[in-house]
Write a protein that binds this ligand. Sequence first.
Ligand SMILES: *Cc1c(COP(=O)(O)O)cnc(C)c1O
Length: 380
Amino acid sequence: MTATSCSTSLEAPSDPQGLDIFTVYRGRVGLYLLLRAMGIGPGDEVATQAFTCLAVPEAIMASGALPRYIDIEPRGVNIDSKDLERKLNPRIRAIVVQHTFGVPARLDAILEIANARGLAVIEDCCHSHSSRYRGRLVGTFGVGAFHSYEWGKPVPLGVGGTVTVNDARLRAKVSDLYSGLHTPDILRAMKVSVQAFIFRRVFTPRRYWMLKDGFRVFSKLKLVEGSYNVVGPGRPAADFSLRMIPSVLAKYRRDAESLVDAFANHSRRLVTQYQREIRSPRAQHLDIPPNTDVVFVRYPLIVDHKARLLALARRGHIEVADWYATPVHPLPTREWSAVHYRAGSCPVAEDLATRFVSLPVHAKVTDDDVERTVELLDRL
Ligand SMILES: *Cc1c(COP(=O)(O)O)cnc(C)c1O
């Protein structure tokens, strides 16, 4: 892949309907396919922000490349273009731009750097189907983008992901690679169906902590599909050779579009409530960057006494998430080296991880849940 075919611009694509969508086992498989299609592999590096989840370095490392972590903006949640410029080196060939929590990254600054150096921009849209930057949907700016349909994402269909490709030559290569992927076996499909059933029927914000604990135990026992694979040398995890599970694909085709819209409406309504009602001096709302229309996947807050808040939330059966709790969630400090994250290399992300929580805006959150959450924050 040469630099010229990676060029990206701020103008609307001429044929927005022409985006090809490939359905894959998980969102990270989409990132992996894009990297492979660009010929990125051993000896290369891929820039990605700290304050992300393990899935992203997992995909980069599965390609054979190494992740190069860029800090986030002070008082923001997305990649800092100044730190990106500081850390650029000739081995870096692509930049993963994450629209964290649905807040669009500052794409004009990033695209300027990328275009000047011939670097490909890949958008991580796992938190955002509907957010806009300068009026244009996220996911349409880079050479490609990937989305996730897992638990905790805007539209949880089970385990699944998609990749969109905005560049004709790259699309042909992704298509080639895609034809080599397999359909997941029946055991995986059954586990995910059971999980999806429990998620749909049992999960409510009040049961968040109980189900979270259960999920952790069951995924250690390999009774459910966990969220992460072990990273390290050797062959990439089996996930990276898989397409979307057929039952998830059927739901995706039938429901994804309407669920995306329903989620956006519900999220906007609850976010307005959180913004109006959360007045605790111990909780700071995030600054929303200019030129953005944000559909939050969860509502972020920067809090004092994060550990105490989480303990109170657990005791009160109130859904408050701790992610990202570390620069490469959920890895504790002693495991950072496994994903080539060096302690101290992204101080803003490291600090924010100790103070960041997020509140739910998904379909099962009721007005009563919002009230209980606001009261909890007032007690902090
Ligand atoms: C969930 C997530 C991913 C990975 O999605 P999967 O479908 O689990 O592979 C990647 N990036 C971000 C920011 C995510 O939240």
